[in-house]
Design a protein around this ligand. Structure first.
Ligand code: PLP
Length: 447
């Protein structure tokens, strides 16, 4: 049986001498103890990676399996060497019930790529444990975020209009869904200000394709867009499941003719079903003059823009209002890290800025970035440290090599699937994604 027994409260109050105090309580982090425990955790993680390919990728467990094995309440006192016994429980109780996303045999969803420096960057940020919601709340953390988002934007060949050096700017959020929500809210408030009032809220319309990530509808709903005002434009196989500029334009014009107000387009570079790339330049041209905020969701495939041979997938981004991608998906930055760039940061700040709280006001506010005004929450993580480490320690060329290796593997796998008569490849492999299926008429070969 596993080692936990804290329901029995075998622990006891720690001896006073063992716990350094400031007179009022323990220090936030005891250096000596941290060194000892840190080695245990680093060894634990390293041992895990040494043997990760031996685990079944997906656990065979039934709902409730873990809760049944754990006590109903937290321990009153720590057991002796509580971290060691907790780590034992991680190994014996928790690892058998996780899906091993980093296993070399895990092919579900899009990847969540990890690296030594990605993990250590997380550790460093957790260790420092700062909260850079304003520039003053941690100047270097804020400035590192402005530097590293410009670095990444340049590495991805994004247009300067989206970078600080070109009048725009980037931030690091947790997920692409947050990027969608923040940009819809920015577009909404800008539009309502233009219309001089909130009464038109129910007339605002957002556009996407039937291949757009489902989270877009949720973001629009959270932003207060009527569910009936989310236009999902059908795509077809002949056009590679990309959003048709003509169909978009027709939908926008129809809404205007009916007295509604086109607000926001979510285009995708690398759709979730087939990694299709919507034609940004043509889509921007189709809505030009209609006052539509164009956002690009490049959560997965945006990483490919780091290779010159793929950077054409973002062609036309000079005209978009915002662009986001997840370095935690395909650029070796461990969870979580979504980079969002906007052409007009003032639109984000106008919608999400808060200056009610005197304590949070920066004296030099106009001269600095206060990232709390670029996101939903106030508090935030020091993600820039991790992304900076990844960029420094791999280099842009290193990341290119990584992306190219995935693309080569996908091409090799696609060739194998195509050579097998039991399967078909309904759309050509794109980036690291190969879509394939059993040919219905060939099932018998397997039987
Ligand atoms: C993964 C993915 C998302 C969702 O990303 P989150 O960061 O989990 O919100 C959205 N859009 C696309 C195209 C994706 O690949």
């Amino acid at each position: 049986m596993a080692s936990f027994n804290h329901a029995n409260d075998t622990g006891s109050p720690p001896a006073a001498a063992a716990t350094p105090t400031l007179g009022v309580g323990p220090l936030p982090l005891d250096a000596g103890e941290f060194r000892r425990q840190g080695r245990q955790v680093v060894d634990f993680i390293a041992d895990y990676y040494d043997r990760i390919d031996e685990y079944p990728v997906r656990p065979t467990v039934a709902p409730g399996f873990l809760a049944r094995q754990l006590p109903d309440t937290a321990p009153s006192w720590p057991e002796p060497d509580a971290l060691a016994s907790a780590l034992r429980d991680v190994r014996e109780l928790i690892l058998p019930g996780v899906t091993h996303w980093q296993s070399p045999r895990h092919f579900a969803h899009f990847a969540a790529t990890a690296s030594n420096v990605g993990a250590l960057g997380e550790a460093l940020a957790a260790g420092l444990n700062i909260n850079p919601f304003t520039w003053a709340a941690s100047p270097a953390a804020t400035e590192l975020e402005t530097v590293v988002t410009d670095w990444l934007g340049k590495a991805l060949h994004l247009p300067e209009q989206l970078l600080f050096c070109g009048g725009g700017g980037g931030t690091l959020l947790g997920t692409s869904c947050e990027a969608m929500l923040c940009t819809i809210v920015a577009a909404r408030d800008r539009k309502l200000a233009e219309l001089r009032g909130d009464e038109r809220m129910g007339d605002l319309v957002v556009y996407c394709s039937d291949q757009t990530h489902f989270s877009f509808k949720k973001a629009a709903h959270v932003a207060g867009i009527r569910r009936a005002n989310c236009r999902v434009i059908p795509t077809c196989r002949e056009s590679g499941f990309t959003l048709s500029p003509a169909a978009l334009q027709a939908a926008v014009c129809a809404d205007e003719a009916a007295g509604r107000v086109p607000l926001f387009l979510c285009a995708t570079v690398g759709t979730t079903p087939t990694a299709a790339v919507d034609p940004l330049r043509e889509l921007c041209a189709a809505v030009a003059g209609h006052g539509v905020w164009v956002h690009v969701d490049a959560a997965y495939a945006g990483a490919a823009c780091i290779c010159p041979e793929f950077s054409h997938i973002a062609a036309g981004a000079e005209a978009v209002d915002s662009f986001s991608t997840n370095p935690h998906k395909w650029l070796l930055a461990n969870m979580d890290c979504c980079a969002l760039w906007v052409r007009h940061p003032t639109a984000l700040v106008a919608a999400l800025g808060t200056d009610d709280d005197v304590i949070l006001k920066d004296a030099a506010a106009s001269a600095v970035v206060d990232y709390k005004d670029w996101q939903v929450a106030l508090s935030r993580r020091f993600r820039a440290l991790k992304l900076w480490l990844v960029l420094r320690c791999h280099g842009v060329e290193g990341l290119r090599g990584f992306v190219r290796a995935h693309v080569r593997m996908a091409a090799a796998f696609e060739a194998m699937v195509r050579a097998d008569p039991r399967f078909e490849v309904p759309v050509p492999a794109r980036f690291g994604l190969v879509c394939f299926r059993l040919r219905p008429d060939k099932y018998w070969i397997w039987m």
